[in-house]
Design a protein. Structure first.
Length: 345
């Protein structure tokens, strides 16, 4: 039987303008329609959305107007042979989300965050999909004493339950990140995310999206985080990228900092037959600030190419020899085998 093919996805934010906290944009904005054209030409089938990527200015639209605009987006994608993957309520850029949304100290902001998340469910359903990504960006603290972590856990759970209640179809993939923009996030790892999901009103509809760099920032191995989620049947999307140690979130090209770590991530996905699940492989990578506008999609092409090369490397790995090393408890021989395999042509 032929192996299932991987499906790749990107979000419009992955073709960025090169702004960072120390300087303004260095490239012009890429129009949304041009992002879609780039996705097609680079061989990406899936498009990831923040709610307001799919429905610009949704705060000023009625629920029925929101659905109308999202339905038009659904048709636009279909005409181009593209598929929406998920919708993520973008709570972290709005003035109400300044102190986090679900865990804000302002009750009005918490109410807003839940309402906005429900609208994101409407957007997803109008796009013809059921997956909501919850990146709890500012759900945490920079001053530890400013929020109560027990209350915050309950508030996160309340938000999850509100999204699940909005539609019996809605599924949530929580995308944990331990820090940035906050100092300490309330849902820093996959274990936290899955625990919240298990305590929700419908645990079957709560899973995770794992971003490689986020696991690394938590001091964890991304492939082990993926394995933990896969064992529970909960890995519903990935944001593959790379991260050179504990510093700001770099969103580097997949494999750029740690090729062996990238190999291990592909290996765990292959061993669980992730491709056959139909879930997408997304790359949450950003173009370097120095990159010229005309080649500001190269990081996406490279990430996908590296992924596919690593699929070949995983499939040609000498598993029988590796098993002999493991049986003999000769882990030095296993180390050599892995390194020689990665170095071989
Ligand atoms: C965070 C995410 C995204 C985007 C972010 C870009 C769902 O890791 O995956 O949100 O990358 O919003 O600004
Ligand atoms: Mg991400």
């Amino acid at each position: 039987m032929a192996a299932a093919s991987y499906r790749f996805s990107i979000g419009p934010w992955n073709i960025g303008r090169g702004a960072d906290p120390f300087g303004p944009p260095v490239r012009p904005q890429v129009a949304f329609d041009d992002v879609l054209k780039a996705a097609v030409s680079l061989g990406f089938e899936g498009i990831q959305f923040h709610d307001d990527d799919a429905v610009p200015d949704l705060e000023n639209l009625s629920p029925s107007q929101i659905v109308h605009v999202a339905e038009a987006m659904r048709r636009k994608l279909a005409d181009m042979g593209l598929t929406p993957e998920f919708v993520a309520p973008r709570l972290w850029e709005h003035p109400h989300g300044i102190d986090g949304g679900y865990t804000s100290n302002d009750p009005a902001a918490r109410k807003w965050a839940i309402e906005r998340s429900k609208r994101a469910v409407d957007v997803a359903l109008a796009l013809g999909i059921d997956l909501i990504v919850m990146w709890p960006a500012r759900e945490g603290t920079s001053v530890r004493e400013s929020k109560n972590p027990i209350e915050a856990s309950q508030q996160m759970l309340d938000a999850i339950n509100a999204i699940l209640a909005e539609s019996p179809k809605a599924r949530i993939a929580i995308e944990p990140k331990p820090n940035e923009p906050v100092d300490h996030a309330f849902v820093p790892t996959i274990g936290h995310a899955l625990s919240l999901g298990a305590r929700s009103q419908d645990p079957r509809r709560v899973g995770v999206l794992i971003e490689s760099a986020h696991a690394i920032l938590a001091g964890l191995d991304p492939s082990d985080e993926m394995g933990f989620a896969l064992a529970a049947g909960k890995l519903w999307s990935v944001h593959l990228n790379d991260q050179n140690g504990l510093k700001f979130d770099q969103d580097k090209v997949f494999g750029a900092a740690n090729l062996r770590g990238a190999f291990d991530q592909v290996r765990v996905l292959e061993s669980a037959n992730y491709a056959a699940s139909g879930a997408f492989v997304g790359f949450d990578v950003k173009a370097q600030r120095t990159q010229k506008a005309e080649s500001a999609t190269a990081h996406l092409a490279t990430s996908k190419a590296v992924f596919l090369r690593l699929v070949e490397k995983v499939r040609s790995f000498p598993n029988a020899t590796a098993q002999q090393c493991i049986t003999a408890r000769d882990y030095e021989a296993l180390e050599r085998l892995v390194l020689e395999h990665l170095l071989s042509a």
